[in-house]
Design a binder for this molecule. Structure first.
Ligand code: SF4
Length: 238
């Protein structure tokens, strides 16, 4: 599959996308990468905004999720409600069974609390390797990342080239505030994870996610035992 744009056209395409309201920008993106645009969802609020736009406007975007095997029951419930609401399938990528068996046998079920290396190894097995399979053949990866989510994301551009995975990465909500996201979900009656009503903002695996306190940044509930600068799992390092 060949792309209609090269890395040299990044600035031009980025400018075009910025001029357009969503979801017209998403449509323009799918026309720029015919058959090659994907959305990764963890069923968080931002992902649900994009899923709603893609599914209501029937945009040709492949939507997938990574089932790490350690997700909250509430996350599976919003997954189910999303499929029921829109009637469209969501692809699921699971970690390699042998790698998980080895990880648990060699390091135990809670090794991620013991060191940063252990935590990154668990994320590599359960998230990064499945993501690499999910992105194979894609040209543009759409995400729900926002600049205000954490200090590691405060320079986030709308469109960038992801060197790790060798594709374009589009963050259409990069300048949205949390209240804009919440207003959208409410206005369009989009299913959302009930944990958001209990102080959870950024929701990942159950053992590595907690609710946040007033004033904390939205990623503070992820790997809360680590320093802020380390709080990425290898999916969004750049
Ligand atoms: Fe493992 Fe925690 Fe990373 Fe999930 S978030 S893959 S449980 S270390």
């Amino acid at each position: 599959m060949t792309s209609l744009v090269s890395p040299a056209d990044l600035t031009a395409l980025s400018g075009q996308l910025e001029q357009l309201p969503l979801p017209q920008a998403l449509l323009h993106l799918t026309e720029s990468f015919p058959g090659g645009t994907v959305l990764s969802t963890s069923f968080g609020q931002e992902d649900q905004v994009l899923t709603d736009m893609i599914m209501r406007f029937d945009l040709p975007v492949r939507v997938f999720t990574l089932d790490t095997g350690r997700l909250f029951e509430e996350t599976y419930k919003v997954f189910q409600r999303t499929v029921e609401r829109y009637g469209r399938k969501i692809e699921v990528y699971f970690p390699d069974a042998l790698a998980v068996e080895t990880l648990l046998r060699e390091r135990g079920p809670f090794s991620f609390y013991e060191s940063l290396d252990n935590r990154k190894e668990c994320c590599r097995i359960r998230k990064v390797e499945p993501l690499r399979r999910a992105l194979a053949g894609a040209q543009c990866w759409m995400t729900g990342l926002r600049t205000e989510q954490s200090e590691t994301r405060n320079q986030l551009p709308a469109l960038t080239w992801d060197e790790s995975f060798g594709l374009y990465k589009y963050n259409p909500l990069h300048h949205w505030s949390l209240s804009e996201v919440e207003d959208y979900l409410q206005h369009h009656r989009v299913p959302y994870n009930s944990l958001h009503d209990r102080g959870f903002v950024s929701i990942g695996c159950q053992p590595c996610t907690r609710a946040i306190r007033p004033g904390e940044d939205s990623r503070a509930g992820r790997w809360w035992w680590e320093h802020n600068t380390n709080k990425e799992c290898g999916l969004h390092d750049r």
